[in-house]
Design a protein. Structure first.
Ligand SMILES: [Zn+2]
Length: 288
């Protein structure tokens, strides 16, 4: 079921659906020269074919999301989302705990949790980010879950902010996270949801590259997130808006704020029943 490679062609690999294993898919759109497809079996949206892991590694050497070069801007960007996530974790673990932030970047979320008395660890593929975080007194490893092996039941909490959409095999990553969580452990993750926006823009005839392939390989709806977490053995899965990001650039910031606040309002007014499609959301899930 875990995104089996079905054939290799010109440095591109074809994969089956990472969630349900089906190879039955339909084309949604082509962006940046990559095909974005939807699984007929479960509705999961992903890039297929895609570059090999080796090619992706090369591409990530020069990758700067949103082209933000000043580390401190990241802290501002994520402030509200980090604050809300930290509140949840503190409520769930009032005595503190041990946390691993996967794709920790410059380590701003970990610094927050450290200030609250938690034992904090991070992992990231960016050398620049890891050396910045280490320079600020954080215990951060360079690499991925594939090459940094943690013991079974090592952490109370594992977090991934805007990471899962980048991973070639998200199901495998979530299974690995479940292994390294304590029995009472909690996973908290945040992903964007692009498909509804692309659908509206294409109805209006507006061309865009919002799927951001090949950096984003997956687009998770609420159903897909629930599906993949269940498949990996997680329980008590709960998705909510979880705050609003504050990107640099006034126009983008205002749009994000507008839709973020709208999503929060709709969620609250519907007593947690309606999650506005197309905005990023946070999900928590328990190991047991
Ligand atoms: Zn599927």
């Amino acid at each position: 079921m875990e995104g089996i490679v079905t054939s290799i062609n010109h440095q591109q690999i074809y994969v089956s659906c990472n969630i349900c294993g089906s190879s039955n898919e339909k084309l949604i759109t082509t962006q940046n020269g990559y095909k974005v497809v939807k699984c007929i079996g479960c509705g999961f949206v992903y890039v297929n074919p895609r570059p090999t892991s080796e090619t992706l590694k090369q591409l990530y050497l020069t990758y700067l999301p949103e082209k933000i070069e000043d580390p401190l801007l990241w802290d501002t960007y994520m402030k509200d989302v980090f604050a809300k996530a930290a509140n949840i974790l503190v409520k769930q673990f009032p005595d503190g705990g041990k946390i691993l932030d996967i794709g920790c970047g410059y380590g701003f979320f970990l610094s927050r949790m450290k200030a609250k008395g938690w034992q904090v660890y991070g992992i990231d593929v960016s050398e620049t980010a890891v050396s910045y975080a280490s320079g600020h007194g954080l215990d951060v490893a360079l690499g991925t879950l594939d090459n940094v092996k943690y013991e079974d039941k090592s952490f109370d909490v594992v977090t991934l902010f805007y990471v899962l959409e980048h991973l070639p095999d998200p199901l495998k990553a979530i299974q690995e996270i479940r292994r390294i969580l304590n029995p009472n452990g909690l996973l908290l993750l945040r992903v964007p949801h692009t498909t509804p926006i692309v659908r509206i823009l294409s109805l209006l005839g507006i061309k865009n590259n919002l799927y951001d392939p090949p950096f984003h390989l997956n687009d998770f709806s609420n159903v897909a997130i629930k599906g993949i977490l269940k498949m990996a053995g997680f329980h008590n899965i709960h998705t909510f808006i979880g705050g609003v990001t504050s990107p640099p650039g006034a126009a983008v910031r205002l749009t994000t704020l507008f839709f973020g606040l709208l999503a929060e309002a709709v969620y609250r007014l519907s007593l947690g029943k309606f999650l506005l499609p197309g905005v990023a959301k946070t999900t928590i899930a328990k190991k047991i």
